[in-house]
Design a binder for this molecule. Structure first.
Ligand code: CP
Length: 328
């Protein structure tokens, strides 16, 4: 499989549901990256882009960043937000199906963001909805808008998202952000992945297959972070996903396998970027936060900007001034 990085033309994504980033072409993803950069420097110009629109956030699983940034994104574009955070507050507790919930909510809003603990739930939601649905994380499967934030951060640090050696460290089995990011970077092509995990938390075979099928991407699997940190352009740390373990003892044994601290960072390149989708538990020590290589709070900000770009794009609401800016 060749990369699609050379695609230049972005067709409109109005009305598109985004369940994985495979729903968007590379040209469309690049356009979203351009829009996010534009939004960042033209906040006032875009403040009424989505006037009159309503977003529903249906979160059946806990979230801080994703839900609040989806909501802030719509508010900053002039729209409004409804929704629930926690399945216990919704009619799912009375036995309502996702399909019925989405058929109902489609009558109220223009776009939906959904997070659910079950893989495939966002796809079921999109099939039932009559408005665009954006996957805000489905179980251990995919988290496409986190990947958009990750790509924006790589691009702001390196001016590109590929031709890089990227280490992914921690829970590579259950970390949906890792799966989304690897699959998308394979589409850009020319990435060397260093997959750092204990043997119990290795990358799923379907993700490795995707790398293997991409002509100009490669991977190695290792368990020692210190051994490889000096080779990396970017290091993507992850939390061990307690909520997806069947056995508490396994979680306790594995949770502190990797702790990135200033001592370990001394072996890294001075330009290496440290990313983390957050929340973190212990895997990045606080002393790393002030290091210029720490990019994880930049990533949070990029997440909101990318969600602003995505929400306005699936709604077909044009950002005033963007066309002139991008064609300059
Ligand atoms: N990165 C991320 O998905 O964070 P939340 O779980 O807080 O939304």
């Amino acid at each position: 499989m060749a990369s699609e990085a050379h695609d230049a033309h972005a067709r409109s994504i109005v009305g598109t549901s985004v369940i994985t980033l495979d729903d968007l072409s590379i040209a469309q993803i690049n356009e979203l990256l351009d829009k996010a950069r534009y939004i960042d420097t033209h906040r006032k110009d875009v403040a009424h882009t989505c006037d009159g629109r309503v977003l529903a956030t249906l979160f059946y699983e806990p979230s801080t960043r994703t839900r609040l940034s989806f909501e802030t994104a719509m508010l900053r574009l002039g729209g409004k937000v409804i929704g629930f955070a926690g399945a216990q507050l919704a009619s799912v507790t009375k036995g309502e199906s996702i399909s019925d919930t989405l058929k109902t909510v489609s009558n109220y809003v223009d776009v939906v963001a959904i997070r659910h603990p079950k893989e495939g739930a966002a796809l079921v939601a999109a099939s039932a909805a009559s408005v665009p649905v954006i996957n805000a994380g489905d179980g251990g499967h995919m988290h496409p808008t986190q990947t958009l934030a990750d790509l924006a951060t790589l691009r702001s640090r390196f001016g590109r998202v590929n031709d890089l050696t990227i280490g992914l460290c921690g829970d590579l089995t259950f970390g949906r952000t890792v799966h989304s990011l690897i699959e998308t970077l394979c589409r850009f092509g020319n990435v060397r992945f260093v997959l750092i995990s204990p043997k119990e938390l290795r990358t799923p075979q379907y993700v490795l297959n995707r790398i293997n099928a991409t002509k100009d991407c490669s991977y190695v699997e290792v368990s020692d972070l210190s051994e490889v940190i000096g080779d990396l352009d970017a290091l993507y740390m992850t939390r061990v996903q307690k909520e997806r373990f069947f056995n508490e003892d396994d979680y306790l044994r594995l949770r502190d396998t990797y702790i990135l601290d200033e001592a370990k960072l001394r072996r890294a390149k001075p330009t290496m970027a440290v990313l983390h989708p957050l929340p973190r538990v212990n895997e990045i020590a606080k002393d790393v936060d002030d290091d210029p290589r720490a990019a994880y709070f930049e990533q949070v900000r990029n997440g909101m900007l990318m969600r602003m770009a995505l929400e306005s794009s699936v709604l077909g609401d044009e950002l005033p001034g963007f066309d002139a800016y991008v064609n300059k």
